[in-house]
Write a protein that binds this ligand. Structure first.
Ligand code: BGC
Length: 348
């Protein structure tokens, strides 16, 4: 079968190749892959900056944002032939650490977790894959091809859960949310914020293309420019760019008792001039919090699935701005000006 593979930490090593059928050891549920989303992590892996091959191998099958149809599943698996499904990315570490032991593998403490398509486990960008019943999530058939947005939606669901849990340490009735970055994560974070009844503001750099309209279609407000110019102090910031200056601007401008949740992964190597004393002073005197959030556990996939099911289907279809057949995979890895979420299609 065809698979898009890469030699981790080797730039431009991606290629479409013929690989053996998925091994039974990956799990008893056999899935036909329909689509795989491309994100910044994939681009980083392809550039040679991130990723791990499975033990004893040189190459890794890419792809962690998936949508597939079950071809075969044993009785009691919770999914059956014909179901639309998404595979969970992370697997608990084998020790396991305290968090992995209770299904909170997104909080793995020893770093020995594995991730499909990223860290020491083949991903989903192959015509078929196998998976364990506990790591496959059913998608509302009404979502159709937009189900490929479930993995990013799970990351966003986790971020909002962190915000609410931290905010909930005292009376917390947030009204205003700022989302920095109008890529897929930012747009889905804005969607969830609107679903929660917040006044949502989204900050990005672009003035044209689909992003401003996608934000407006949610009933949120689109801004360009600086954080301080994006309206009154927010109660919640979901930072989705990983741009250092924006991270500190968000920390500086969040309102009293507010929570800043960082979801963007920066590359490092750049320094900033920050008035650390003033920042510390305002964070202490106003009980502000900053929290990092990565990955998602099964509960977050389920919350993400609910958020997608409650969203306007047409809006979700517009978030997927480009669909590229697997044979043309190189075009999917290019970044084009009007891209939001680019998806590689493997089946129908
Ligand atoms: C994925 C996460 C993963 C993270 C780090 C992100 O792109 O969505 O599931 O944990 O990369 O590898």
């Amino acid at each position: 079968m065809k698979a898009l593979t890469v030699q981790p930490l080797t730039a431009n090593s991606a290629r479409l190749e013929d690989v053996p059928e998925p091994p039974e050891s990956d799990g008893p549920v056999l899935v036909e892959t329909l689509a795989v989303g491309v994100c910044g992590t994939d681009v980083e892996i392809v550039s040679g900056a991130y990723g791990w091959a499975p033990p004893g191998r040189d190459r890794l099958v890419l792809g962690h944002e998936s949508l597939g149809r079950v071809l075969d599943a044993p009785a009691g698996a919770g999914v059956a032939a014909g179901d639309l499904v998404v595979g969970i990315v992370r697997r608990p570490d084998p020790v396991p650490c305290g968090n992995c032991a209770v299904g909170e593998w997104d909080f793995c403490r020893n770093g020995e977790y594995t991730e499909r398509g990223i860290k020491a486990r083949d991903g989903y960008c192959s015509e078929r894959y196998r998976i364990e019943p506990d790591f496959v999530v059913k998608v509302d058939p009404g979502l159709g091809s937009s189900g490929v947005l479930l993995e990013p939606a799970s990351v966003v669901a986790k971020a909002w859960e962190q915000v609410e849990r931290i905010g909930g340490r005292a009376h917390f009735a947030p009204r205003r949310a700022l989302v920095t970055g109008a890529g897929p994560i930012g747009l889905l974070a804005a969607l969830v914020g609107v679903q929660k009844g917040l006044d949502v503001h989204v900050l990005d750099q672009v003035t044209s293309g689909p992003k401003p309209q996608l934000v407006a279609a949610l009933g949120a407000t689109y801004h360009t420019g600086a954080v301080k110019d994006a309206g009154d102090a927010p109660d919640v910031v979901i930072e989705c760019t990983g741009v250092g200056a924006l991270v500190f601007d968000a920390m500086e401008h969040v309102g009293p008792g507010g929570v800043v949740c960082l979801t963007g992964v920066s590359s490092g190597g750049r320094s900033l001039d920050v008035d650390a004393g003033m920042l510390n002073r305002s964070m202490v005197l106003e009980n502000e919090s900053v929290v990092g959030s990565v990955n998602a556990n099964r509960r977050h996939y389920e919350a993400g699935a609910d958020a997608l099911a409650a969203a306007d289907r047409n809006w979700l279809e517009r978030v997927v701005s480009r669909r590229v057949p697997i044979d043309d995979w190189g075009a999917a890895l290019e970044r084009r000006p009007d891209d939001v979420k680019v998806v590689i299609e493997l089946g129908h």
